[in-house]
Design a protein around this ligand. Sequence first.
Ligand SMILES: *Cc1c(COP(=O)(O)O)cnc(C)c1O
Length: 327
Amino acid sequence: MIERLPLIQAPTPIHRLDHLSAEFGLDLWIKRDDLTGLALGGNKGRKLEYLMPQAIGVKADVVVTCGALQSNFIRQLGAACAILRIRCAAAVMRLPYEPVAGKQPSINSASGNGNVLLDEIFGVELHEFPNDTWEVLYDHAEQLAVTLEQQDLRVYRIPVGGSSGLGAFAFYEAAAEIARQTGPFDFIVTPTSSGSTQAGLANALFGSKTKLIGISADPEPDLVEDVLRVSDELHTLLCAECSPTLVRLLVRTDFDIRIDWAGPAYGVPSDAGNAAIRKLARTEGILLDPIYTGKAFAGLLDLAARDELSGRVLFWHTGGSPALFAV
Ligand SMILES: *Cc1c(COP(=O)(O)O)cnc(C)c1O
């Protein structure tokens, strides 16, 4: 049995987008994981329901993670830690990047307010480092964890974005929520970044008629490696519960990841994403975010315009709107 700690309001609502359905000749629906409830909502609340029991299990004094300064995960983790009276420490960079020919993105991202303000309210200990690669950020997080252990504290480490087998298991379970709420879709479009949302949904939907498209928030062709690693971890978890032969191990070609709408860099808003935010707000009254869901919804609108989507289509709204208030 995989332990779950209830932290969110689930099932999250699912409803039709009537105006956009009419405009694009689709049957377009939205899954409102922006309304999970924990600390203004978002997809990370689902992962925390399965990650926090592990922190409790090891009697953690402090949880250590890392991410971008405007991380939605750190905000929701801060709330979960507050509920459990566990310290929350995070190594952050304003704009961590992939080493593309050794260059860092030249455009700066928002640094204050938004999630940073909420982290302070929840009492998160943010340790900010100068912009560098993700690998360097992971090293800073490990160093932070070791320093806390040297102070005789029990540390529970959580990878970036809460993306581990347990994080993916949350979305493996979330797919069943949809099956109960509305029945199957022809297409599900979700933002993707650290991998567990897509890995969980892909494993749950495998063998069904639903096509899952992940639209990357990261202009990184190797993102599939991260999604695969998390999917492998989920497979190991699922196989602990039943015979490995019953659960197929997904391979690279089982994941449909599109990087065309990632914009200039991870964490940097794009023109298409900003336009998509306004489109959904002005047709359906729903807020997206500039880093993940705006870019993914821009992708959905382009795919719909190119007739690459048909029938019943679901957009998975993973949250993130606090970043609209980042400066
Ligand atoms: C983290 C996040 C995602 C990406 O989910 P992953 O499981 O990390 O791929 C998408 N949207 C929002 C708003 C997020 O905070």
